[in-house]
Design a protein around this ligand. Structure first.
Ligand code: SAH
Length: 339
């Protein structure tokens, strides 16, 4: 199998690589070579601010789904969010990622105010939004207010599989339409999927790769599915470290220019998960800047790590991990390097 020419392989060849551990050592070595060719040893930092855990959606895998009555809900104010950015700026962050549930409390005008205020106060920083599915006019307004990037994982590119992970009122078609609208509006766009979600097959993962080839995103975020105790998926097995690392390496080889995070979910299933993710081709980490008092409440899955530490501790802990894995921390905006 020609691993360096992976983008040109057939679906069945890709499925074979995804289903076997025989190629793992080669995949990881080639992925590391490719990331060094495009990005050197650089790892970019993104300060993650989890703005709310209120959500109108009911995704079956997600701990902050609206049907979870066991969860205390919170919302950060504009002042809270700006305070997180101030703290983050002093720690060297030049990208702020505002992520949250789909919460109508955050009207378009409020989101635009928050984005505008961050950009005014920190003009050398990028603002990334990860606030779910919105109308095109809303995305356009956030962009005008100064938002640079948008993260929206497609979760799975197979219609039938998507329907098993989401309630009937959500659709893969709408999610894809959002992603293409975001691209047209000039955002740097991130998408991605969970690895090892219930009923996922190797063929589904091939479909995820094909969809990403069609979308050509700037950022690709993946992480293992981890069951949450208060969701309908509580009894499913989570995604494995091995398969997640294999998929990161495949993504690096197929999308050499992409910004690929080594995610908190990966760090949650293995103590060295994020280091291993970097070694498999990831080049972004997203330390948490949320106020410690709300950290535990943004519980997408069980046993999420880094919920007790202050931002400064997260920052220095991750820097140590990056250096120990053989890479170096970069504190500029870290925009995508397309050919
Ligand atoms: N509301 C935003 C942010 C969602 S949370 C949106 O719709 O984009 C960010 C990501 O966490 C999701 O895209 C999903 O891929 C991941 N996630 C949610 N529940 C998870 C779980 N149980 N295990 C692993 N990842 C999960």
């Amino acid at each position: 199998m020609n691993i360096t020419g992976i983008a040109a392989l057939s679906d069945s060849e890709l499925a074979e690589i995804i289903s076997s551990d025989a190629y793992d050592a080669d995949l990881v070595a080639e992925a590391d070579r490719t990331r060094r060719e495009h990005y050197g040893a650089d790892v970019y930092l993104r300060g993650l601010i989890e703005i709310c855990n209120v959500c109108k959606n009911d995704c079956l895998y997600c701990g902050i789904r609206r049907s979870n009555g066991a969860l205390a809900r919170y919302r950060l104010t504009k002042e809270d969010i700006l305070g997180c950015c101030e703290n983050g700026y002093a720690l060297g962050f030049r990208t702020f990622v505002l992520q949250g549930g789909e919460d109508p409390y955050y009207t378009d005008s409020l989101i635009c105010q928050v984005v505008g205020d961050i950009k005014e106060k920190f003009p050398d920083c990028a603002v990334t939004l990860s606030l779910g599915e919105k109308g095109r006019a809303s995305y356009a307004a956030y962009r005008r207010a100064g938002a640079d990037r948008y993260l929206l994982r497609h979760e799975t590119a197979n219609e039938a599989h998507y329907a098993r992970l989401h309630p009937a009122e959500m659709s893969l078609r709408h999610r894809k339409d959002c992603l293409f609208a975001l691209k047209e509006l000039g955002y740097q766009v991130g998408s991605g999927f969970m690895v090892g979600s219930p009923w996922q097959s190797a063929q589904n993962l091939v479909e995820d790769l094909r969809f990403l080839q069609e979308l050509s995103p700037d950022m690709i975020g993946i992480g293992p599915f981890i069951p949450h105790k208060d969701t309908p998926f509580r009894d499913f097995t989570g995604g494995s470290l091995k398969l997640t690392l294999r998929m990161i390496a495949i993504l690096r080889l197929m999308f050499p220019y992409a910004l690929i995070p080594s995610t908190t979910a990966l760090g949650t299933i293995h103590p060295q998960g994020r280091e291993l993710g970097l070694k498999a081709g990831a080049n972004v980490v997203m330390p948490n800047l949320s106020p410690v008092r709300v950290r535990k409440l943004y519980e997408l899955y069980d046993n999420k790590i880094c919920t007790g530490e202050e931002a400064a501790e997260c920052r220095s802990c991750l820097e140590r991990r990056i250096v120990s894995a053989g890479y170096r921390v970069v504190t500029d905006r870290g925009d995508v390097k397309r050919q």
